[in-house]
Design a protein around this ligand. Structure first.
Ligand SMILES: [Zn+2]
Length: 356
């Protein structure tokens, strides 16, 4: 891990972790080069070998002289060429330590598959599962830092909640349009000094890249979805009904609910927002009784207009969780509210800087 992004005449003792061959076609014809990963007690680094000794094999310990390093795709890489010398050292053994880069929650999913994470855990849930015929436990948490939160699973091991924790080798995956982090039993962790204010974290819309949870954006409501408004749900299965009756429960009664979608723009970009009834209750002023009144059922057009009026062109704060689907990223609202004058001025300034 002492290798810098531009160095010549490197002298290193490493274990070759992987070695692959690749053919490169150019105008001058095709040539073969090798690439792979190597490491020592301090870390792992990728290499490209324009030339490599035929003695070098995977898992070998090799002393390498006259190699050089350069940045490629923002990452440091070591290169071997005609001048590079290789000396196998079968008498030595090296225990390679995998090192991971630290990522803030906001950036999870855009780079490395294994990372270092820091945050505070809460909302522990315990689940049993069977693995190789053995009963095992899985604990899941919400991990939060100053940029957002994600779900974190820990296989077979309880983790400390409510205080700063640093986890090494966290696996990051996207599942059902959401980011999931997980650690195995061998992943290292230790407690650290960390202050994180709980609650949803502010994000500019242009900063939204990965489907994380626990964020809020402020901006103006634009492009109200034309199919927003009143929907009917089957009282039996709670599913949205497209026709007059539920396909599976034609005899069942229905209840009214709301579904709303629109875009919010903060001057740095826009993102689509979806919401059910609960998050827009206070801003739209629509009450439960109105949807439940059987003598005077709610009117589709009137409800549509009231919601549209309460959101469009208004300076809003939308809190919720991001998810990714075929249409792109959307923010599932947990709360939509009007923002105060001070925040209003801030976003107006941002938008004016962008457009005027
Ligand atoms: Zn049904």
């Amino acid at each position: 891990n002492e290798i810098k992004d531009e160095s010549q005449d490197l002298e290193i003792l490493v274990k070759i972790l992987s070695l692959s061959k690749k053919e490169r076609n150019s105008e001058k014809g095709s040539s073969i080069y090798h690439y792979g990963l190597m490491g020592d007690e301090t870390g792992v680094i990728p290499f490209t070998a324009w030339n490599i000794s035929s003695m070098v094999r995977e898992k070998d310990i090799v002393e390498i002289k006259k190699a050089y390093s350069k940045k490629y795709n923002d990452k440091i890489r070591v290169y071997f060429d005609d001048k590079t010398e290789f000396a196998p050292k079968p008498e030595i053994d090296i225990e390679v330590k995998r090192t991971y880069t630290y990522e803030k929650i906001r950036n999870l999913g855009s780079g490395e598959k294994y990372v270092v994470m820091e945050g505070i855990l809460h909302d522990e849930k315990e689940k049993e599962f069977i693995s190789n015929g053995e009963k095992r436990k899985m604990y899941s948490y919400v991990i939060e830092d100053e940029t957002g939160s994600v779900r974190l699973s820990s296989f077979g091991r309880k983790l400390p909640m409510g205080k700063g924790i640093r986890l090494e080798g966290v696996k990051v995956e996207e599942f059902n349009g959401r980011i999931n982090a997980s650690v195995g039993e061998k992943a290292e962790f230790h407690e650290i000094e960390l202050k994180v204010e709980t609650g949803n974290k502010f994000s500019y819309i242009s900063e939204i890249k990965n489907p994380i949870s626990g964020i809020y954006v402020v901006g103006f409501g634009i492009s109200f979805g034309e199919k927003s408004g009143l929907i009917k749900r089957c009282k039996e299965c709670k599913k949205k009904m497209d026709d007059e009756r539920c396909e599976e429960h034609p005899e069942a009664k229905f209840s009214y609910d709301l579904f709303v979608y629109f875009n919010i723009d903060d001057g740095t970009g826009y993102v689509s927002v979806t919401s059910g009834f609960e998050p827009i209750k206070s801003i739209s002023g629509i009450k439960n009784e109105e949807l439940e009144n059987e003598r005077r059922p709610p009117l589709k057009k009137e409800i549509f207009e009231r919601i549209e009026k309460s959101l469009m062109g208004k300076a809003l704060k939308v809190e919720g969780n991001l998810s990714k689907n075929t249409m792109g990223m959307s923010l599932r609202a947990s709360m939509i509210s009007l923002i105060d004058d001070k925040m209003n001025k801030n976003i107006k300034n941002i938008m004016e800087a962008e457009f005027l």
